[in-house]
Design a protein around this ligand. Structure first.
Ligand code: 13P
Ligand code: ZN
Length: 274
């Protein structure tokens, strides 16, 4: 029996692909996921790895990820079919000792490469590994309808976007008290967007790529899923509010501060200024 396919991290990863697809967040191959596998998990599955595939340049340097192993979705692979055929839809890759190259050690059996957003994923892992002392392991990118729609009409800056989303449900500030980073439309798959996203992840756990989707990061699958689910639910409400004319009875900013004080959360108050 394959050690990889019976590992908990592997099954959580595959289940997440399936769930995101069922929610309409990942049409076709839209979106991608990467997970930094713990040393003990690598130990318990590495008997399934092979080391005969070539090293390939990542395009960015991630020194603090040297010798780490990641599970990642394959570029162009359909989320809908990941569960049925994980060995052709996902890969486990090893980063070399310089943090400059990767090689596939498991998966993508009939060919392929990790997601075209791999530089963005790895730079984000790199930033968060340092900032969280290794606690954060997951980066997810999805294409949810309402958040994307809003990015066509809201000002594309952290403060306005965050405040509008926070005001839809006070719980938002509890789930992402540091707010949302927002990037303008940039070329997907480029090193420029990878570097700009990593810069935002120095301050935030969730970043909106305007006219494209969401990147989010955290310790584990349920945390990151919860952040995206909450952003998208608030975005859904806001789309409805705007569709009804957009007039709000009262701004909820005071309540957001109160709820964060109640839970002793370090809310980024500067994002509430008008
Ligand atoms: P990949 O199929 O290369 O992962 O690309 C999907 C995507 O969402 C690009 O932003
Ligand atoms: Zn995308």
């Amino acid at each position: 029996m394959s050690k990889v396919t019976s590992a908990t991290f592997f099954n959580e990863f595959i289940d997440m692909c399936d769930l995101c697809c069922s929610l309409g967040w990942n049409e076709r191959n839209g979106g991608n996921i990467s997970y930094r596998i713990s040393e003990s998990d690598v130990e318990s599955v590495k008997c399934d790895f092979t080391y005969d595939r070539p090293w390939t340049e990542i395009g960015v340097t991630v020194e603090n990820l040297a010798n780490e192993f990641f599970m990642v979705t394959g570029s162009g692979k359909f989320f809908r079919f990941t569960k049925a055929d994980p060995e052709n839809s996902t890969a486990i890759v090893e980063i070399d000792e310089l943090g400059k190259n990767y090689r596939i050690v498991w998966g993508l059996k009939s060919g392929g490469r990790p997601t075209s957003e791999f530089p963005t994923h790895l730079l984000n892992h790199s930033v968060k590994k340092d900032l969280t002392n290794g606690a954060y392991r997951l980066v997810m990118h999805v294409h949810p309808v309402n958040t994307i729609a809003l990015s066509f009409v809201l000002p594309q800056n952290d403060r306005d976007f965050t405040r509008e989303i926070w005001e839809m449900m006070p719980e938002c500030a509890v789930v992402f008290p540091r707010g949302i980073g927002v990037l303008p439309l940039m070329l997907a798959g480029s090193i420029d967007i990878a570097e700009a996203t990593a810069e935002k992840f120095k301050s935030y756990d969730v970043v909106v790529w305007s006219l494209h989707g969401i990147f989010a990061t955290g310790e584990d699958f349920k945390t990151v899923f919860g952040i995206i689910e909450t952003v998208e639910k608030a975005a859904d409400i806001l789309v409805k509010v705007i569709s009804m004319g957009g007039k709000k009875i009262r701004p909820a900013s005071r309540q957001i501060i109160d709820i964060c004080e109640l839970y002793n959360l370090d809310i980024n108050k500067s994002l509430l200024e008008r």
